[in-house]
Design a protein around this ligand. Structure first.
Ligand code: BGC
Length: 349
């Protein structure tokens, strides 16, 4: 009996020790989690195809580097985006990455976050006149030049174009359009009309086609702010049996745009390797969180209103019928069978 009691006591003791051990372990894990770098990311929306790719790559690279990412979607609502930034401040994030909806509206939010010791990255779109810790994007002027040059290569010099641009509150839009207009001017192209799709809503672009038949009958080309606008524009043109006879350009290399390029209803798109942008931004976020300076050959300093800010500008790549196999399929951005879905006979072997 005595032996049994002492055996039981030993067992109870052992159980206690293991329980203590597991509590300790749990606490350790908790501490490690808390010590992890915390990144908040506020997106404009996920309606446009590219942003899901941006998110997935950013999150996976940040994770590999030992950070945690809290992703929020503001659904095109500026006030919601401000609330998300407030929430991130309250949570004590190390870094906040913002894809701003309105380039002119977040100066106070940025200041509030920075006063709380949080670093700010303006991702893809500049927050104008704010002292952000990094602005990282593709060279937007280059995007506009590439669109314009593709049209000139197709014989537009001396002709007519309509510009159906993106959101007027997105600072990328005037950069793209400014560069586009310059090439048009240098080549004596007349801009018949220029409008903008508020909130990047594509139906604004197709409505222009429906509501302005005379302008459309008269134009040689349409510059679309991105491929999502181009999708609606080409659909509207198809209803008028004009798809393919008016030159259309866009940007983002959305799958639908790549399909139109091989089908002949869109002349070109601008491929922006968002993998590079997202991965570089994730690395930079972790460096900033560790208190390091953003360094590298790709970093320059640019003026942003009254501030000087670090800028990383990546190069976009123009894509047309001649290089789509190499650039888009070769890089794995889209699959060959998806791009050639509607024209399998033309699929390269
Ligand atoms: C980006 C484009 C994108 C658009 C709509 C712009 O700021 O540069 O790639 O298509 O926003 O989301």
């Amino acid at each position: 009996m005595k032996r049994l009691i002492s055996l039981l006591m030993v067992l109870i003791l052992l159980m206690g020790v293991t329980a203590c051990g597991s509590v300790e372990k749990e606490n350790q894990i908790k501490e490690q989690e808390e010590e992890k770098i915390q990144i908040g990311m506020s997106f404009d929306s996920f309606v446009i195809e590219r942003w899901q790719r941006d998110r997935d790559i950013f999150v996976s690279v940040a994770k590999e580097l030992g950070a945690e990412v809290n992703v929020q979607n503001a659904n095109g609502d500026v006030e919601e985006q401000k609330k998300q930034i407030d929430y991130f401040i309250q949570k004590g994030m190390d870094v906040i990455v913002i894809i701003c909806i309105d380039s002119d509206s977040l100066q106070d939010s940025v200041k509030k976050a920075q006063d709380a010791g949080i670093k700010i990255i303006a991702y893809d779109r500049l927050i104008v006149d704010a002292d952000v810790d990094l602005y990282i994007s593709f060279d937007n002027a280059m995007v506009g030049t590439m669109m314009a040059e593709a049209l000139i290569d197709e014989g537009l010099a001396g002709g007519k174009v309509v510009m159906l641009g993106g959101s007027p509150t997105d600072n990328n839009v005037p950069m793209v359009e400014g560069a586009f207009r310059k090439v048009m001017k240098d080549n004596q192209v007349t801009i018949l009309a220029s409008t903008h799709a508020d909130g990047w809503k594509a139906e604004k672009a197709s409505n222009f086609i429906y509501e302005n038949p005379l302008v459309i009958a008269n134009t040689d080309a349409i510059m679309c702010g991105n491929d999502d606008l181009a999708t609606q524009v080409v659909r509207a043109l198809a209803e008028k049996r004009k798809a393919g006879s008016i030159l259309v350009v866009g940007q983002d290399a959305d799958l639908a745009a790549c399909q139109r390029i091989v089908e002949g209803t869109q002349v070109m798109t601008v491929y922006k390797p968002v993998e590079k942008l997202a991965a570089r931004a994730a690395e930079a976020s972790v460096a900033l969180a560790k208190g390091e300076e953003i360094q590298g050959e790709d970093v320059t300093i640019m003026a942003n209103g009254q501030y000087q800010i670090p800028y990383i500008g990546l190069e976009p790549i123009p894509v047309n019928r001649d290089n789509i196999d190499e650039v888009i399929i070769g890089s794995g951005f889209h699959l060959k069978e998806d791009v050639y879905l509607n024209v399998p006979a033309e699929m390269p072997q």
